[in-house]
Design a protein around this ligand. Structure first.
Ligand SMILES: C[S@@+](CC[C@H](N)C(=O)[O-])C[C@H]1O[C@@H](n2cnc3c(N)ncnc32)[C@H](O)[C@@H]1O
Length: 270
């Protein structure tokens, strides 16, 4: 099994133009728009605040944060992928109080304690050294500043299919797409060990039932099939049959997909 961890693996998934555009399309679905709204609601940004979005991807959350803090505030985004940073810059070009740069979550640029709020959504599960990243998130936050993390527990994934053992093989293969496929269940104690007080943990369920066109699950299907074949030696015919079954269910309006993500809201202790 080739585990997808580390910088090279992240850049394979998010570095190329096609891959970055695919993630952008996925993150424009109503499912992920709802996730962003839920995350920003927890953070409750105020006018004039300084915000850092770590692993900003195509800049959608940064754009939402920019609207909340206004021109009196400041939003910075960093991502390991230069392609993502370019997409984010284009998205927010009309917002002069927003800027982006290429950087790693485990080595954030700039001095300490300069942000009122930090977000890191669907990123830490890709970072092999989560402890180092949490140290960095804490370093750049001012004491009392808020941190919002979002991660997925892939074991919560339920997907209706014609062949449950094939479904289990495909989801087991998908586990290696990131370093920590069940991160939320350990994040609370990790945050406490790194000098944060966990204020609230809320669930964001992605549920695509019946008509699953233009949804997160529809967008994920091809990515999971490609990963399973390229990185986990699942036979192509097996992955193809899995895809055909799910696509047919969507065409009949008989799909069912459910996945749990969690928003951790924490404050930096002095
Ligand atoms: C699934 S996308 C999420 C994008 C964005 N946070 C959002 O919620 O819209 C994951 C992003 O994390 C970035 N990433 C992964 N590991 C990273 C690291 N160590 N440092 C910075 N960015 C990283 C990837 O390049 C990718 O853009």
């Amino acid at each position: 099994m080739s585990s997808a961890t580390g910088t090279d693996a992240v850049l394979q998934q998010f570095g190329g133009e096609v891959a970055a555009r695919r993630v952008e399309a996925l993150y424009l679905t109503p499912d992920i728009a709802h996730q962003r709204e839920a995350t920003l609601a927890q953070l409750a940004l105020r006018s004039g605040e300084r915000v850092l979005d770590v692993g900003c991807g195509p800049g959608l959350l940064a754009e939402g944060a920019a609207a909340a803090v206004g021109a009196a505030g400041k939003v910075c985004g960093v991502d390991l992928s230069a392609t993502m940073v370019e997409l984010a810059r284009r998205r927010c070009a009309h917002l002069p109080w927003v800027e982006f740069e290429v950087a790693d979550a485990v080595a954030l640029p700039g001095p300490a304690e300069r942000f009122d709020a930090v977000t890191c959504t669907q990123v830490l599960e890709y970072v092999p050294d989560v402890d180092r990243a949490l140290d960095e998130l804490r370093r750049v936050l001012r004491p009392g500043g808020r941190l919002a993390l979002v991660d997925t527990d892939w074991e919560s994934c339920v997907w209706a299919s014609a062949d449950s053992s094939r479904m289990r093989r495909m989801l087991a293969a998908w586990d290696s797409h990131c370093a920590h496929p069940q991160l939320p269940r350990v994040l609370g104690p990790m945050l406490a060990r790194h000098g944060f007080r966990v204020e609230k943990v809320t669930g964001v369920a992605i549920v695509n039932a019946m008509d699953a066109s233009n949804t997160y699950s529809e967008g994920m299907m091809a990515m999971i099939a490609e990963h399973a074949v390229r990185r986990e030696s699942v036979e192509e015919f097996d992955a193809r049959a899995w895809l055909d079954d799910l696509r047919e269910r969507i065409s009949r309006n008989e799909a069912f997909f459910s996945l749990d993500r969690h928003v951790f809201l924490a404050t930096r202790l002095p």
